[in-house]
Ligand binder design. Structure first.
Ligand code: SAM
Ligand code: SF4
Length: 275
């Protein structure tokens, strides 16, 4: 008997407590939208049922709750979507169920409930380990709050990934290297470095269009490649705190290897004032 084809489920939760000035994802403020959120959860379940009818027999391969900020989702809605997905696409067994989270205290307090709902991997938007950078990025949490959230996440989930944003205005390769080293030393399964992109429809994009910023510093590829390679070596040789299986170490090495893709790094700096 042949195995049915697999299906991977992506659930988008567009609500955020605050809209970050760099973000052009499909997002809205969550305030005053409780009824709308309940209706969206119902619509997600209805859509899954319609897709299941169209697709026929499929085995569930993974679920990813992305956003927006799905750590703001009521855990009972997360549980409901996971259970319905498993019922519609049976036979998946132990699958990866990831949820993106922001590291505010309020959201970290829900991690245990989200784990009980069935989430087994958390992707935490730390963005930076530096308070000044977090203020610049318009984040609603401090570096200390992010560290507390990481500890709570470590207690609740076996698998953890963190996002960082690099190539911030005035950030040097040395600073980025130091920050990346600290992130690697935290010992999580995966580090996702995102180069800050200035999107036209965002607050940062509008500031750039008004000439408040200019692209002034270009760091050449050979210079910028060196530090990430050092990070790669450290990651390969440093024992991680969690998890320490060969598979996880392989994934960590592959992840850090991606940092080599830093290549050309643009630093965004305030435009010099006239006069
Ligand atoms: C859509 S967010 C969802 C996660 C969560 N809401 C958060 O902010 O942590 C996924 C990731 O995209 C990255 N991102 C979004 N806009 C970006 C931009 N303009 N430049 C670089 N990274 C960006 C951030 O690192 C963020 O963690
Ligand atoms: S970066 Fe995350 S929290 Fe900020 S607006 Fe985008 S999705 Fe929302």
């Amino acid at each position: 008997m042949t195995e049915p084809d697999t299906v991977a489920l992506y659930v988008h939760w567009p609500y955020c407590a605050r809209i970050c000035p760099y973000c052009d994802f499909n997002v809205v403020r969550d305030r005053g939208r409780t009824g709308e959120q309940a209706a969206l959860a119902d619509a997600i379940v209805t859509d899954m049922e319609a897709q299941a009818a169209l697709l026929g027999e499929r085995r569930l391969a993974s679920i990813f709750f992305g956003g927006g900020t799905p750590s703001l989702m009521p855990p009972d809605q997360v549980a409901r979507i996971i259970q319905r997905a498993r019922a519609l696409f049976p036979g998946g067994g132990e699958i990866e169920i990831t949820l993106e989270a922001n590291p505010t205290d309020a959201e970290a307090a829900r991690f245990a409930a989200l784990a009980r709902a069935g989430v087994n991997r958390l992707s935490l938007g730390v963005q930076s380990l530096d308070d000044e950078a977090l203020r610049f990025l318009g984040r609603n949490h401090s570096a200390a709050e992010a560290m507390r959230a990481l500890e709570l996440a470590r207690a609740a989930f076996a698998r953890l990934s963190i996002d960082l944003i690099y190539a911030r205005p005035g950030q040097t390769v040395a600073h980025w290297t130091e920050e990346l080293n600290r992130a690697v030393d935290l010992g999580f399964e995966h580090v996702s470095p995102y180069q800050l992109t200035i999107e036209p429809t965002t607050a940062f994009g509008r500031a750039f269009a008004r000439g408040l910023w200019s692209r002034r510093t270009r760091i050449s590829p050979p210079t910028s490649m060196r530090p990430p390679r050092r990070c790669w070596r450290r990651a390969a040789s440093t024992p991680t705190r969690s998890p320490t299986t060969p598979g996880a170490r392989r994934r960590a090495r592959r992840t850090i290897c991606m940092c080599g893709g830093v290549g050309i790094m643009w630093a965004w700096v305030p435009a010099p004032t006239a006069g």
